[in-house]
Write a protein that binds this ligand. Structure first.
Ligand code: CA
Length: 236
């Protein structure tokens, strides 16, 4: 498994040192920046799996960094670190696309739980060792690890996004996933953007895996809400 890489933006040395030490113990690779300028330089030099972002920095405000990073990399998870009394900043930060926040002083275990939680929610990180990697339904055999599928219509190479979407559906079998859920968990987007992309993906999945894509029995539309995947087609 690839080690997740975290960009830690924190100017308070003693906090940063504690976080780096513990993140590395948990198997993460950590890049540390103490200023907004250093953070953006590090950000632009390579991809990260997560950014931990302190809001009060000597040369800039974390909210501005959050906005810039979100613009460059819409799906990148961002965990904000705020101080007590920064409620307005926290709300602004969440609006600017941060995924979660912690208020200082925070408990280290709580911090690590949040980090793992965010990474688990971001579908491109795959920490689950027991994930069902071969998925069978309706005469389809889908290999999520290698992004390959054997279907009634032939063999298919899946794109990473298709794989992510299938994984999301399979993990929530039977449940309605709202458009917002899907956009957020697959594209890291909020509702209102690029929703047609989502519909196009559903059309594609039906074409691959349904006997009759025009009459889907597995990737179902839930009118006005979103979509629902069922493994066993309902009778009738
Ligand atoms: Ca600070």
């Amino acid at each position: 498994m690839k080690q997740p890489r975290i960009l830690l933006v924190e100017d308070e040395t003693h906090i940063a040192q504690g976080l780096i030490f513990n993140l590395e113990l948990e198997g993460f690779l950590v890049t540390h920046a103490e200023t907004g300028a250093a953070a953006m330089e590090a950000f632009n030099s390579r991809p990260y799996d997560l950014v931990v972002l302190d809001l009060m920095l000597p040369d800039s405000h974390g909210i501005d960094l959050c906005r810039q990073m979100r613009k460059e990399s819409p799906q990148l998870p961002i965990l904000m670190l705020t101080a007590l009394g920064e409620e307005q900043d926290r709300i602004r930060g969440l609006k600017e696309g941060a995924d979660d926040y912690l208020t200082k002083p925070f408990n280290l275990d709580e911090f690590l739980l949040r980090v793992h939680g965010i990474l688990r929610r971001s579908a491109w990180y795959q920490p689950t060792v027991n994930k069902e990697e071969i998925y069978l339904f309706n005469n389809n055999r889908i290999d999520l690890k290698n992004l390959e599928a054997v279907t009634a219509h032939g063999n298919i190479s899946l794109t990473e996004l298709e794989g992510r979407m299938l994984e999301t559906f399979f993990a929530s079998e039977g449940d309605t996933l709202t458009r917002a859920d899907l956009l957020k968990s697959i594209w890291g987007m909020t509702e209102g953007t690029e929703t047609r992309t989502l519909d196009n993906f559903i059309v594609r999945l039906r074409k691959y895996f349904e006997d009759d894509p025009a009459k889907p029995k597995h990737f179902l539309t839930v009118r006005g809400r979103g979509y629902r995947f069922i493994r066993e087609a309902e009778q009738g």
